[in-house]
Design a protein around this ligand. Structure first.
Ligand SMILES: Nc1nc2c(ncn2[C@@H]2O[C@H](COP(=O)(O)OP(=O)(O)OP(=O)(O)O)[C@@H](O)[C@H]2O)c(=O)[nH]1
Length: 338
């Protein structure tokens, strides 16, 4: 619930074509303790002002010669897309009251003003408006949490899949390539086992920062599991455009870590898959990068392996029995930091 102070600090706009009415309303609001009140006699400015200041309450006179209150509300509806107009209509015409509510006003105040009614209606409206804003903010935070990893703040698998889908669509539309890099830290379990989970958490946060630090702004860096991260690169011309950043990532992850006065080293293995040659869908490209990662781990860790190398190895393995193919080393696109 909004506090009394929050209500008194809410942003209020008074709109009336009559200077005396404005003066009277400002006086009433000032005496009640409201601190953030402004007024205009120009109804045509209300929408621009609301766009700029996002008022919590607009006290709107309905009968004005140039642009009446109903027309102003029409304009406000375009700004308040969710349909909540913070408008309290001011009218001396009993027949306008229901029309104002139908036009989107939340409530009305009759002229001449009954002081007690004015205070109550303004307070109640602000209470609801601020509560509505709190709820909207809470819902945005919940959405953020549902799409991000709480430890590192990076996108989680759900958001990652969304980003890959968008990247692949963009690549398809512009006849470009895209790359997915699947990273898994080497020997991370031993860090947890030796120094404890909290120490491991600290390392994971530092790794996340380093990955973001050496990626482009438009790339997505996500955490998809314990010590697993995925990086999505759009606007890729060929495998070389992914191998170079992969080498850089291997280098950056290998720089020493400081945690609680201890210095420690770590490495990472990376699998790279390209769209469209290695995969045509979100699921396939993650799978292809994961397979390449498996090969990078199998062939010694602290290196990257491209899915293309696995295709080549499999092609060369055609004459062998199926089981033999798994043991071929895919040298062609395996690398490490320069
Ligand atoms: N500190 C910490 N550890 C985690 C978290 N989530 C998973 N882990 C641990 O991360 C480790 C990941 O396991 P592995 O990838 O198999 O371990 P590894 O030693 O890196 O193995 P290789 O990849 O073969 O080098 C496990 O010990 C998990 O318990 C987390 O949020 N924080």
């Amino acid at each position: 619930m909004p506090s009394p102070d929050e209500i008194l600090n809410a942003k209020i706009l008074v709109v009336d074509d009559c200077a005396d009415n404005i003066e009277l309303m400002l006086e009433i609001l000032r005496e009640a303790g409201y601190t953030n009140v402004t007024a205009t006699m120009l109804p045509e400015q209300v929408c621009a002002l609301h766009r700029q200041h996002c008022y919590d309450l607009i006290l709107l006179d309905l009968q004005m010669p140039e642009l009446n209150g109903f027309q102003v509300m029409k304009g406000l509806k375009e700004i308040e897309q969710q349909g909540y107009l913070p408008v309290l209509a001011l009218t001396a015409q009993p027949s306008f009251k229901i029309a104002a509510l139908e036009a989107g006003a939340r409530d009305f105040i009759s002229k001449p003003f009954d002081l007690l009614e004015v205070h109550k209606r303004i307070h109640n409206m602000l209470e609801v408006r601020l509560l509505y804003k709190e709820l909207a903010q809470y819902s945005r935070q919940q959405q953020e949490l549902a799409l991000h990893d709480p430890l590192t703040g990076l996108p989680n698998r759900r958001l990652l899949e969304d980003r890959i889908a968008t990247t692949l669509q963009h690549a398809a539309r512009h006849q470009r390539k895209a790359a997915v890099m699947y990273l898994d830290l080497d020997g991370f379990k031993a860090i947890n086992d030796t120094h404890g989970h909290a120490y491991g958490d600290d390392i994971l946060k530092q790794v996340a920062q380093r990955l973001v630090g050496c990626s482009r702004k438009e790339d997505t860096v996500a955490r998809v599991g314990g010590d697993e991260f995925v990086i999505v690169l759009g606007e890729v011309g060929g495998l070389g455009d992914a191998q170079e950043p992969a080498s850089k990532l291997i280098e950056v992850v290998a720089e020493p870590y400081q945690v609680n006065g201890l210095t420690l080293s770590l490495s990472t293995s990376i699998g790279i898959a390209l769209y469209p040659e290695d995969a045509g869908s979100v699921e396939e490209i993650i799978h292809a990068a994961d397979n390449a990662l498996y090969e990078a781990k199998r062939s010694g860790k602290n290196r990257f392996c491209a899915a293309a190398a696995l295709h080549q190895a499999q092609a060369h393995a055609q004459p062998l029995p199926a089981a033999g193919a798994r043991h071929l080393t895919a040298q062609a696109a395996i690398g490490s930091a320069a």
